[in-house]
Structures are given as structure tokens and as C-alpha cells.
Design a binder for this molecule. Structure first.
Ligand code: FMN
Length: 321
């Protein structure tokens, strides 16, 4: 069973991202490296309603383990029942609570980051969920709602309520994605609790991983955008932590090979029309490739796996591969 306390440190993990950290992407990451995977958030209400679409989103292949399923919601009983159902049906290695999402659709229902404004309710949700499941329960928060020092008290609330781990994205809800993740504040918050803490925000390279670990003295890190189209960030960071040397970036051929492999998994999972939702992953995989401009429009409008393969061949010819 997953135990956040005894896992080898530092912990490297993929941060949950709606519409991105699905099973095809998580499987792809696991062919390259072995981070802990946090699955995109699902609605506790939809789980309790028995929504087939939501339950499918929470499914995973065994190779993805250890995997943590994130839930969002604001009603303690619904959150506890959803956690119990998820544990019973898809059996992930951990459950995570979203207390950091800044999107209006979520916070207006008092979900996500809005829970940081109501510590009593947040605490009740954690207690009820903890009592309903056997796997570890973690909580993902922001530095605060409007003031980045709010996390200093809030991490204590999270620990006292019985959470096994907390992740802190060092921006406030009000900042959304502007400014910088406040690693210093994350470090100060981590000093206040004895449960493991993961630092999150603005980690895009293996060097950033090392810097964030040093700046926060946390037990590990969570990478979101830096992992998109870039599962190598985990293998390269692991290597850098072991040897102190920054490994080279993957060769273009390897990037394109893994993108195609991911695309095939995506289409096998979502059906042929799924290629349309793969376009967003393509943008990340080809980011920064010299000459990509020449095929950017075609890549943004691909409507089949064949069309993607044709563009990949074009890119390879461009680079004389
Ligand atoms: C497209 C996208 C979707 C996200 N969805 C979620 C989510 O479902 N749950 C969550 O807790 N955070 C979500 N986040 C926030 C990230 O997990 C992470 O906290 C944030 O992007 C900062 O980390 P980064 O600088 O490594 O990207 C999302 C972020 C992005 C970019």
C-alpha cells in the first residue's frame, strides 16, 4: 500500500491536470519514468450519481500505479461517499482533495480553492473522507485565497484533520497563474507540519527540481505544465538528483516517436474522433522544435492518426531524419 511517509525521498510526481492527466497520458509517462501520478480531478457529485463518464475517467491501467485520484466537491458526506466508491471500484493507491482550483465554475460552488476560506468545512471534509477509506488521503492547496501566508495556518488544519500529505502550489487563488510560485512560503508552511509536503509551481526543468527542493526543503515536488509533451522531465530529474549532472534533452526522433505512441493510445481510448482532443498534446510535444512553424497549421487541424503521421514524416524530412 502507498505510504507517503516511507516512500523514498525526494518524491517526484505528476500534478493533476483536467483534460490532460488521463489514462493515455499517464501510461505514456510510465513508459519513460516512474513518478507518482495524480489523476485529473473528478466531481464527487458525479461519482455518487454513478456517472459512467466520470467513473471511466477514474479508471486506469495497472502500469500507471502508484496513482492518486483527485476529487472535488464541498459537501462532506458526498465527498466521503465518492471517495469510498472510487476506492471500491477503481482502487487507486491514494485519494486527493482539490482545495486549490481557482476556476470560477468550481469556486462559485465553494469547491476547490474556496475551501481555504472555510477551514471548518475543509476540516470536516478531510475527517469524513479519511474515515471512509483505507488508502492515504492527501490535499492539494494554494498558498492562499488572496494572501500567500494563509497556507501557514491552513496546512495545520489539513494535518489536524488527518490528511497524510499536503501539496502546495505557491500562488494564491487571486493570482491564478500570474506572478511566481512562492517557494519560500511553501518552505515556511512545510516547517509547520510533520506530514510530508510536496512543493508545486513553476518547475519546468531538472535544474528547477533541484532548486525547488533546496528552496522549500520539502519531501518532493509535483510537476504540471512542465510534464506536458515532456515525460522526460521525470527521468532526467531522477538522473540529475542521483548524479548531479543534467542529462541531455531527448532527441527529436524520440520526442516524435513518443508523441505518436501517445496518440495511438489516446485514439484507442477515446475512439477515432479522439484525435481532435489530442491536438492540445501535440502543441506541447512540438514546442520549440526548429522549423515546426511550417507544419503548425496542419498539426493544429489533424483529424486522424494518419494525418498526424504525415506531419511527423514532414518534420523528420525537414530535419533530414
Ligand atoms: C490544464 C491544467 C489543468 C489543471 N487541472 C488541475 C486539476 O484538475 N486539479 C488540480 O489540483 N490542479 C489542476 N491544475 C493545476 C496544476 O496541477 C498545478 O498546480 C499548476 O499548474 C502549477 O504547477 P506548474 O507550474 O507545474 O504547472 C491544472 C493546471 C493546468 C495547466
Amino acid at each position: 500500500m502507498l505510504n507517503w511517509n516511507t516512500l523514498p525521498k525526494p518524491i517526484l510526481a505528476l500534478s493533476p491536470m483536467a483534460d490532460m492527466t488521463d489514462s493515455p497520458f499517464c501510461q505514456t509517462v510510465k513508459t519513460i519514468a516512474s513518478p507518482i501520478l495524480f489523476r485529473e480531478m473528478v466531481s464527487s457529485e458525479a461519482v455518487v450519481r454513478g456517472s459512467e463518464k466520470t467513473m471511466a475517467m477514474a479508471g486506469f491501467a495497472q502500469v500507471e500505479r502508484p496513482i492518486v485520484q483527485q476529487l472535488f466537491g464541498a459537501d462532506p458526506d458526498t465527498m466521503a461517499e465518492a471517495a469510498r466508491l472510487i476506492e471500491e471500484t477503481s482502487a487507486p493507491d491514494g485519494i486527493d482533495i482539490n482545495m486549490g482550483c481557482p476556476v470560477y465554475k468550481i469556486t462559485s460552488n465553494f469547491n476547490g480553492a474556496a475551501l481555504m476560506k472555510d477551514p471548518a468545512l475543509a476540516s470536516k471534509i478531510i475527517r469524513k473522507m479519511k474515515a471512509a477509506i483505507r488508502v492515504p488521503l492527501s490535499v492539494k492547496i494554494r498558498a492562499g485565497w488572496s494572501d500567500p501566508s494563509e497556507c501557514l495556518d491552513f496546512v495545520r488544519v489539513v494535518e489536524d484533520a488527518g490528511a497524510d500529505l499536503v501539496t502546495i502550489h505557491g500562488r494564491t487563488k487571486c493570482q491564478s497563474y500570474s506572478g511566481k510560485s512562492d517557494w519560500e512560503m511553501i518552505g515556511l508552511a512545510a516547517e509547520r507540519v510533520s506530514i510530508p509536503v510536496l512543493a508545486n509551481g513553476d518547475i519546468f526543468t531538472p535544474e528547477d527540481v533541484v532548486r525547488a527542493l533546496k528552496a522549500t526543503a520539502c519531501d518532493g515536488i509535483l510537476i504540471a505544465r512542465g510534464g506536458l509533451g515532456n515525460p522526460w522531465i521525470f527521468s532526467r530529474s531522477e538522473m540529475m538528483l542521483k548524479t548531479g549532472v543534467v542529462p541531455p534533452e531527448p532527441a527529436l526522433e524520440e520526442r516524435l516517436r513518443v508523441m505518436l505512441e501517445h496518440a495511438r493510445r489516446h485514439v484507442a481510448f477515446y475512439g477515432p474522433k479522439g484525435i481532435v482532443t489530442f491536438r492540445k498534446h501535440v502543441s506541447w510535444y512540438v514546442k520549440g522544435i526548429p522549423g515546426v512553424k511550417a507544419v503548425r497549421h496542419e498539426l493544429h487541424t489533424i483529424d486522424s492518426l494518419d494525418a498526424l503521421e504525415i506531419q511527423v514524416q514532414k518534420l523528420k524530412r525537414l530535419h533530414a531524419m
